[in-house]
Design a protein around this ligand. Sequence first.
Ligand SMILES: CC(C)(COP(=O)(O)OP(=O)(O)OC[C@H]1O[C@@H](n2cnc3c(N)ncnc32)[C@H](O)[C@@H]1OP(=O)(O)O)[C@@H](O)C(=O)NCCC(=O)NCCS
Length: 371
Amino acid sequence: MIREPYGDQGDLDRKATGGPRGHGRPENQSRSASVQCWLVGVRILPVDPNDAAALASCVAVQAAAKQAEDPLGPAKTARVLRVFLAEGFEAFPCESWYTADGFYWLELPDRENRHLARLILVTRPDAGQPTAPTVGEELFRHALGRARAHGRSLLSLVARQGTATDEFLRGLGARPTILEARRVLDLAPVTAAQVAAIRETAATAAAGYSLIRWSGPTPEDHLDGVADMLNAMNDAPRGEAEDQVWDADRVRERADSSLIRMGVRGYSVAAIRDATGQMAALTQLEVDPDDPQWGHQGLTAVTRPHRGHRLGLLVKAAMLQWLAEAEPALNRIETGNADSNEHMIAVNETLGFQPLEPFWQWFELPAGEAK
Ligand SMILES: CC(C)(COP(=O)(O)OP(=O)(O)OC[C@H]1O[C@@H](n2cnc3c(N)ncnc32)[C@H](O)[C@@H]1OP(=O)(O)O)[C@@H](O)C(=O)NCCC(=O)NCCS
C-alpha cells in the first residue's frame, strides 16, 4: 500500500497496508468531527475529504514539505492523500485536522495498541519566517488534546531525519525509537538477465516451493495465507508496539482497504510450499495510476518455519519480472526498513536498492510528558 513512510511494511506498523472491503471498518472520526478550534490565531479545522478546498490546502502543504525536505522521494498524490487523511492505510479509526499552513493525521488503533495514537504532522516550510514552527506547535498541541480526549497515553511520531520537524519533536522531549532507512531501486540500469540470474540463484535454495501471483485484493482462498504473512510481520523490528493478530476476516476487512479505496494498482507474489499447500512467503507492491513511475513496496514476509530458503529474494525477483511487463512506465521502487532489519536489507541490497535520504525517524512521547 501506498503509505508514508512506505516500506517492506511492517517494521513500524502494518502500515501496512491497507480494502473496499472496508465495510466493517469503524467510523472515521474525522467525518464526525464538527468542532472548529481557534488557537492563538490559528484556525484548526477537521479535514472533510469531500471539501475540495481543504484537500487542495493539504496537498499544497504536503508538496511544499516534500520539495524542501525530500526532493528525490516520491510524492503522495491527491488521490492517495485524500483517502489517507480520511481513513488511513489500515482502516483504523483516525482523524485529520488542518490549517492554511499545515495539517496532521492522528491514527487511533482499535485492535492492539489501544493506548497509542500515531501522529503525522506536516507543515509548510517557510525559511526565515516563524510560520512553520508556530503552526507546527499549534497543530501538535491540538493533536495532543485529541489523543488525550481519546484516552491515548502514548504518542508515536515520525519526522524526516534532520529536518525542522525532527528538531521540533526532540525539543518536545520525544524519545527516538526506530530509524527507518529508505532505499530506492533505479530500474533503468537493471537488465532482465540480471533479475533472471538472481531469481535462479534464489530458486535453487527454494526447492519444493512454487510461486503464485495476483493483482488487486487478496483472493478468498488466500486470505488465511495472507493472515499468516501479516502475523509474520510481527518479527520485524518495530519498537515496543504490541503484536498484531491477523485472521482471514481482518485481511478481508482491512488489509487491502487502502488499495481499493485509493484506486492504486496492487501486485502480490507468494511462495507456496508444494508439500502442504501452505503460503510461506509474500511480497506486495503498489503503483499509483497518477504517478506510475514509482513503485511503493508493501509488506515482504516469510513465515518462521520457511526462513533461510531465500524465499524473500525469490518473491521479490519474481515481482520485478512481473512489473517489467505490467508497468511499462515504472522506473523506481522505494522501500523502507528499520535500519536494524539486516535480513530484509540484505535482500534489498542484493536486488540493487540504494539508500535514499532522508530516513524516517520514529519517536515515542508519553502524552502526559509532552513539554
Ligand atoms: C526478511 C525476511 C523476509 C527474510 O527471510 P528469508 O527470505 O527466509 O531470508 P534468507 O533466506 O535470505 O535468510 C538468510 C539467512 O538469514 C537468516 N534469517 C532470515 N530471516 C531471519 C530472521 N527474521 N531472524 C533470524 N535469522 C533470519 C536465515 O535463516 C538465513 O540464515 P543462514 O544463511 O544461516 O541459513 C524474514 O526475515 C522475515 O519475514 N522477517 C519478518 C518480516 C520482516 O521483517 N519483513 C520486512 C519488514 S520491513
